[in-house]
Design a protein around this ligand. Structure first.
Ligand code: AMP
Length: 527
């Protein structure tokens, strides 16, 4: 399999990738990077978020772009402001020392701020369709000398009702440019768009049609990046005897997660491609002998690890394609023993998870994270078992004499409690676990919101709809299940737009709570 070096990237880019901790190209990168660098054609690629698609088009585009251009060189259209920001940040992190500027423009942010940055001269604009059209109409954005047009998550733009806007934007672009379309699915409307508006194109597809998965219990948790480590600790702590692999995407993540685990006192270590063969063997040896019960690794480093009987495989981040999911989780449940595969996802990764389920024809069920009280109960049980084993194997040493002396002046409960406190310190303290926010998101990535106004405030369905459209730059078709009650209302929105509204109304007015909050689970009927 080809490495980054073999894909034709420059030294500068290779050193950026090293710093970012990318060990090897993802499947979509392997195919897309040379196609853009060496080919001439447009590109239609089937890939969803989490596959490394941003770097797949971002890296070769950066390589080919001249510095000091007077015009916008690339326009990337994305369906939501979150994605626009994420893509702009990722490309920014990949540009290295190149003098190229990248700016995200999206609805919801002050147009003045965007105007200011656009006036400075920008090489790469990442924008949501609605706001890009606004700027094109005001002539504050000119794309008639564009070299690259990227349509990111094209099917999502279609679902959100942006396709007309996308077509309109394409009318502003020059004939001579390369268009790259990325989409998780390829509905007819997207294929028609490609046929009508694109030149001759290469089709890039990475997933095989069907894969088989070993008999493993598969569950997933939806946790934000900030809560992931805490969630991992709870999962390890609730097990009587955890013996598992934790998969991360990058070397940096492997270092971060394994160091954190060690700092918290776990028998853990990390494995990645930068280590020498002898270091790797040493760590692997310890893991095999169970001197370590947690091994954090990248896919590359874990290749060829032949360890049996893992109780858990944890995907700390969603794998980049269904094949590697199958490969990773195939390491549990061997030798007739039950294993558990756990996947952490962010709300943006639902579609990636759904694709894995479809390709592997298995069910990955959503589960609730263990609560702190249950974790502590398990810990108490474990401490008792460990102590009983020690009692059984402790010889009659000087500690016996000491214990007799101690018992003369203290009662047994007090002295035992003191010893436990000394040995386990705040192990059983609930406050050593931080809270994890549970999100009310359904399986399609939507959030139900509670609005603290209703009929008696003259709120109507139309007014609420218009209000949300104006705040979130969203098409009315994506606003679902509006219910206007006397003094409050409910509405369901796609996750990203819901988050945006929630952040706008976080504080509320003096003496009054926020106008919009997450609906409590019971309050919504469709879930
Ligand atoms: P994307 O699919 O572009 O949203 O990327 C998902 C995540 O994977 C981002 O955090 C990237 O930084 C990361 N990523 C992209 N390519 C690689 C790679 N070759 N190795 C490891 N991580 C990667």
């Amino acid at each position: 399999m080809k490495s980054f070096e073999e894909l034709g990237l420059s030294e500068g880019t290779l050193s950026v990738l090293k710093k970012k901790g990318f060990e090897e190209p993802s499947p979509i990168q392997r195919k897309t990077i040379p196609a853009i660098l060496d080919g001439e054609k447009d590109i239609v690629a089937q890939a969803q978020t989490g596959t490394g698609k941003t770097a797949a088009f971002g890296l070769p585009m950066l390589e080919l772009m001249p510095e000091k251009s007077k015009n916008v060189q690339a326009l990337i259209l994305a369906p939501t402001r979150e994605l626009a920001i994420q893509v702009a940040e990722e490309i920014h992190s990949l540009k290295g020392k190149r003098k190229l500027s990248i700016v995200p423009i999206y609805g919801g942010q002050s147009i003045e701020i965007q105007l200011r940055s656009l006036r400075k001269g920008i090489d790469i604009v990442v924008g949501t369709p609605g706001r890009v059209i606004d700027h094109l109409k005001r002539k504050t954005l000119k794309i008639d000398n564009l070299s690259y047009l990227v349509l990111d998550e094209a099917d999502e733009m279609l679902n959100m009702g942006f396709l007309d806007d996308v077509r309109e934007i394409m009318e502003y672009t020059p004939e001579e440019k390369r268009t790259m379309l990325f989409s998780a699915t390829m509905p007819a409307a997207i294929i028609q768009l490609a046929k009508k508006y694109m030149r001759e194109y290469d089709v890039i597809k990475i997933t095989k049609d069907q894969l088989t998965v070993s008999q493993t219990d598969q569950i997933y948790f939806e946790v934000s990046a900030a809560d992931r480590f805490e969630a991992l600790c709870r999962i390890i702590d609730i097990e009587e005897s955890f013996y598992g692999l934790v998969f991360c995407r990058t070397k940096l993540d492997v270092d971060k997660v394994s160091n954190h685990l060690m700092e918290r006192g776990y028998d853990a270590d990390g494995l990645h491609g930068d280590m020498s063969q002898s270091q790797r063997e040493k760590i692997l040896g310890k893991f095999k002998k169970r001197l370590l019960n947690i091994l954090v690794a990248t896919d590359v480093a874990a290749r060829g690890i032949d360890v049996q009987d893992l109780t858990h495989v944890i995907n700390y981040a969603l794998p980049q394609d269904p094949e590697s999911y199958v490969h990773r989780i195939g390491r549990t449940g061997r030798a007739g023993k039950e294993g558990i595969a756990i996947t952490f996802i962010s709300s943006k990764e639902y579609r990636g998870l759904q694709l894995i389920q479809k390709k592997t024809k298995t069910d990955i069920r959503k589960a609730k994270l263990p609560n702190v009280k249950d974790v502590i109960k398990t810990k108490k049980r474990r401490i008792k078992t460990v102590l009983q084993d020690i009692v059984a194997s402790t010889p009659r040493s000087e500690y016996f004499i000491m214990s007799e002396e101690l018992l003369e002046s203290n009662n047994p409960e007090e002295i035992l409690a003191a010893l436990l406190q000394y040995s386990f310190q705040d192990e059983l303290n609930e406050t050593s676990y931080t809270e994890i926010e549970e999100r009310v998101v359904d399986s399609k990535g939507k959030t139900r919101l509670f609005v603290a106004k209703g009929k008696k405030d003259n709120l109507t369905r139309k007014k609420l709809e218009e209000f949300i459209v104006s705040k979130c730059n969203i098409s009315a078709g994506k606003i679902r299940d509006l219910e206007i009650m006397d003094s409050f209302s409910f509405v369901t929105l796609p996750f990203n737009e819901a988050e945006m509204l929630l952040s706008l109304f976080k504080k509320g007015k003096k003496g009054v709570g926020p106008l919009i909050t997450r609906a409590k689970k019971k309050a919504s009927k469709k879930r």
